[in-house]
Design a protein around this ligand. Sequence first.
Ligand code: GLU
Length: 427
Amino acid sequence: MEFHQAVREVLASLAPVVSKHPQYADSAVIRRLCEPERQIIFRVPWVTDSGRIEVNRGFRVEFSSTLGPYKGGLRFHPSLNLGIVKFLGFEQIFKNALTGLPIGGGKGGSDFDPKGRSDAEVMRFCQSFMTELYRHIGEYTDVPAGDIGVGGRELGYMFGQYKRITNRYESGTLTGKGVSWGGSQVRTEATGYGTVFFVDEMLKSAGSSLDGRKVLVSGSGNVAIHAIEKVHQLGGRVIACSDSTGYVLDPSGIDLELLREIKEVRRGRISDYCDLRGGQSRFVADGSIWDVPCEIALPSATQNELDETGAAALIRNGCRIVAEGANMPTTPNAIRLLVGAQVQFAPGKAVNAGGVATSALEMQQNASRDSWTFEHTQDRLSKIMRGIHDRCLETADEYGSPGDYVAGANIAGFTRVADAMLALGVI
Ligand code: GLU
């Protein structure tokens, strides 16, 4: 279902492209792009602390290697299935193309649930997962990274096992590594920071800025935390964030240190936030964060988290911008409502591309055995985000939909991959 939704969304933008350039239709580029080059599904057996044997399913969908090695994250979440991995991999092709960097598209993961698991259990799972995955990946072949449920800890265990099996210190085979063992500065922050850089560009092109803006950021994982941080640095105020149990409202601005302590150190739930924070903060169990009045909303949790009801509430309360920090968090009907109400809407494949772009910068540093400073890397990221933003608007203009970020992102991503596919022949 999610895969078809992602494909439909891209195809809906392509009519003007195909009528202007019939060679794309003649060479079946779209049909070829919709079929992954390779799909790998494997068994991941592992042993719990109490000695029980668990069996999970592992996936890697190698979607497109036209522009570079397959590139995309690994997601560990109990809801993961082949359809979700395919939707994420499909989106990744266009997102990665849009960055202008030499990376193809892929995605993977497992239905393993890291919640409530000990460090030792997570390690044994990651080692078993990599014991199968290692034969399919490599710096010139396929370069996984993190996604939901996969961060520095998991990547460390996977890189360790890869290094052990292959007897090679092949840094460029995984990105999102720790900075002391081949990682890049800013990679952890990049998806959230990049999201806010993109929004800043949207505001600038309308002669405005983030200063004093009230912002909602759904989620409270890696993307949300760093989006909140960058909004605050640029003078905006994030007044609410969420997890699957509800949302936290904090009118004086989310206390980032406290949120990080709860999420990153304790690996707890955000319901603890208000007990510790006090003041005017409030936890709304099972509530919808979209009911909170704001000017800018950044859905940064997961797919289809913002539906028509959420969109209607945002419109009612005067929200002006919705930009997707997560992958496909807004349902097609919600997008239609927002756009119909003149809310500026920017899709994840453009907005959240800073994460994978910084992964490509990590690959560059690994290939040259170099490591750049935080300032230099952040500067590269901000220029890449400006480039993506401008490319979306210019492309939308060129194809007769001025201001339409969805059309701009889909068309600019598609034409870059499609032109390369034409050059490489029918493969
Ligand atoms: N999972 C991230 C995404 O959705 C990053 C992928 C990567 O860095 O390879 O783009």
